[in-house]
Design a protein around this ligand. Structure first.
Ligand SMILES: CC(C)(COP(=O)(O)OP(=O)(O)OC[C@H]1O[C@@H](n2cnc3c(N)ncnc32)[C@H](O)[C@@H]1OP(=O)(O)O)[C@@H](O)C(=O)NCCC(=O)NCCS
Length: 154
């Protein structure tokens, strides 16, 4: 497994990974359709935002991306293909994107997490700083808002 910077040509693969990973939690198809804009990665997004991709052989199997470089740094994407979950790839992607954030001068990164993924971020040292409440077709959703410190390297 190798983690490198993504290139614009990766966009379709990264979109496929995000959708497959989100489906893994068992959400209804209508919700996945409704979330499609946030689960779509365009070539322009990759050009404009730090994005790293994990590859096995030549195939993309997971990725992570940052946004908000001018304001509060945010982890916008972190997805691993379901068949590759549980092998340390999410941790490796987070560590690499954290290194990029640190190198850009940031001391923390915010994550608005899927509730199922909160335990993963807590394991990586995140702390919960709030909740984002939303309503989806009558279902109240409380998304954990997390902050992860990015201590200086070395
Ligand atoms: C969440 C996700 C990125 C984790 O990636 P992964 O490659 O499976 O995770 P890793 O194998 O690197 O796990 C690192 C550690 O976190 C733990 N962990 C992983 N997923 C977890 C979860 N959902 N809840 C609690 N702990 C979890 C692992 O047990 C491991 O613990 P260890 O320190 O004892 O080894 C991945 O499951 C995923 O893509 N999920 C679906 C999409 C999603 O919700 N992404 C987050 C968007 S905010």
């Amino acid at each position: 497994m190798q983690i490198t910077r993504a290139v614009p040509d990766d966009a379709a693969d990264l979109t496929r990974i995000a959708q497959a990973a989100k489906r893994h939690w068992g959400y209804p198809d209508e919700w996945i359709t409704r979330w499609a804009p946030t689960l779509t990665v365009t070539p322009e997004f990759i050009t404009a935002h730090p994005t790293v991709v994990a590859r096995m052989e030549a195939d993309a199997i997971g990725f992570a991306a940052l946004t908000g470089l001018g304001r509060q740094l945010r982890l916008e994407h972190l997805w691993v293909l379901p068949e590759f979950m549980g092998r340390g790839i999410g941790r490796g992607l987070f560590q690499e994107i954290a290194r990029v954030g640190r190198a850009a001068g940031w001391s923390s990164v915010q994550v608005i997490s899927d509730p199922h993924a909160e335990g993963f971020y807590l394991r990586l040292g995140a702390r919960r700083v709030g909740e984002q409440i939303s309503d989806l077709e009558g279902h109240r959703r409380a998304l954990p808002v997390l902050l992860v410190n990015l201590p200086p390297a070395g």
